[in-house]
Design a binder for this molecule. Structure first.
Ligand code: EPU
Length: 420
């Protein structure tokens, strides 16, 4: 087990380069199972979640080879259809193999992912969508067992109580890509990672339009080819570094960032006094004073992403006044509140909101990471705090941030990975 030891107080300064997007890479890796030829993906970050999915793909007869930030992916045994629980339980996103398996291999047995610390996380919308295309799906002994001798295009509404579903939309796009006839997804997720998956599928010969909007139209094709594709930069990593600069009152340049994927976060940062300026193919972020208090509401894209909620909380914990943060995607995603309070924050959870009374300065403390984005928030809090912060269970952060401590050290942070 490893922990981070952070000595806070140093303003971040310098340049950081953003890696490829985890949440784009994962469904695209799964979607390569639809292709009849090898696929090379560029910009795939070295992350534990990527390695976990590569392990699941290996169990499904797919060879994944890494060369730097390239992955070469080729199906070698298309008869395997089983994604077992001991793999799936490591990562809920494993559900993204369901659509590709069903569409290409006509059968799938994928362990039903459980809940996790950010909430119950049902997959009813994935199942509803695939059933609408003619799949026969049952849940038996904890597995989703799906079959479809042929999938037939249909109109499906994918909205749910908390908006649409990102990976549910991805599964249905993959199924629709090889289904007979036309599939229309209404209430589709509009996240840039969904758009990226659609662009990848189209690059391999699919016929998809409207991805990135709530109405996606898919004309099924009989086969997909291989080829090369580069995944988009990670907008959550970008947002995390922006907030890190703000939290430490630093000034950094961020390369390989897509500001057009982060409008709501940038708008919020500017509102609370952070300077965000694009220029020369990069983004400059700086903050000179305490953030102003504000209200933050997470929403489906293009709203402010739930994956930046914890980081905003760490920042607003030091604001000059009271902020309210409301979570509209995962109403229970507040495990970081108690840990931030250990660092002197004053945060009270009220249903799906948190009332954050800014305290000006946090103080270092031993804390425990509970999930990926909560860990990122604790790192930011530690960088901003006075004194030493020790963050335990940092394996969570390795799921989603490539070389986080190297990147932070290059920006002048004092952060060390230590064996416990
Ligand atoms: N939902 C349902 N039924 C479903 C599916 C989802 O009710 O069948 C609900 C969820 O419980 C939640 C909401 O719909 O309240 C949105 O969930 P969604 O399905 O969109 O989440 P996801 O696709 O499982 C992806 C990201 C998450 C990110 C969410 C929301 C990947 C691999 N994961 O999850 O990323 O928080 O979309 O934007 O793309 C992370 O990277 O830390 C992370 C958790």
């Amino acid at each position: 087990m490893e922990k981070f030891v952070i000595e806070g107080g140093a303003p971040l300064r310098g340049t950081v380069r953003i890696s490829g997007a985890k949440n784009a890479a994962l469904p695209i890796m799964a979607a390569t199972m639809l292709a009849d030829e090898p696929v090379t993906l560029k910009g795939v970050p070295r992350l534990r979640d990527v390695a976990t999915l590569a392990g699941i793909l290996a169990e499904l007869g797919v060879k994944v080879e890494r060369m730097g930030d390239l992955l070469r992916i080729e199906t070698v045994n298309p008869d395997l259809i089983d994604a077992p629980y001991h793999m799936v339980r490591k990562m809920r996103a494993s559900i993204c193999v369901l659509g590709p398996l069903l569409a290409k291999r006509r059968r799938a047995r994928v362990a039903l992912p459980g809940g996790c610390v950010i909430g119950v996380r049902p997959v009813d919308l994935h199942i509803k969508g695939l059933r609408a295309l003619g799949a026969d799906i049952e849940i038996r002994h904890g597995d989703i067992i799906a079959k479809a001798d042929r999938l037939k295009g249909a109109e499906v509404y994918l909205g749910g109580a908390f908006g649409s579903t990102v990976l549910g939309t991805a599964n249905l796009m993959c199924a629709g890509a090889l289904a007979e006839g036309k599939t229309v997804i209404e209430g589709a997720a509009c996240e840039p990672e969904v758009t990226d998956l659609g662009d990848f599928l189209n690059s391999a010969g699919a016929c998809i339009s409207g991805h990135g909007t709530p109405r996606i139209e898919i004309e099924g094709v009989s086969r997909l080819s291989g080829g090369e594709y580069e995944v988009i930069p990670d907008r959550v990593e970008t947002g995390t570094f922006m907030i890190a600069a703000a939290a430490t009152r630093g000034s950094i340049k961020i390369e390989n960032a897509r500001l057009d994927h982060l409008r709501a976060a940038v708008d919020k940062l500017q509102e609370i006094g952070v300077e965000v300026t694009p220029g020369g193919g990069a983004v400059h972020v700086s903050a000179a004073s305490l953030p102003l208090p504000t209200d933050v509401v997470t929403l489906p894209y293009p709203g402010l992403p739930t994956d930046l909620q914890a980081q905003f909380m760490a920042l607003l914990a030091t604001a000059d006044g009271i902020s309210v943060i409301t979570e509209k995607i995962f109403p229970d995603r507040f495990m970081h509140v108690a840990e931030l309070n250990r660092m002197g924050a004053s945060i009270r959870k009220e249903g799906a909101s948190a009332v954050v009374r800014g305290v000006g300065e946090l103080s270092g403390a031993p804390v425990m990471a509970s999930d990926l984005r909560a860990s990122a928030a604790l790192v930011l809090a530690g960088l901003a705090a006075r004194g030493i912060t020790e963050i335990n269970r940092i394996y969570h952060i390795d799921r989603g941030y490539e070389h986080i401590e190297e990147k932070l050290i290059r920006l002048g942070a004092s952060i060390q990975r230590v064996d416990v």
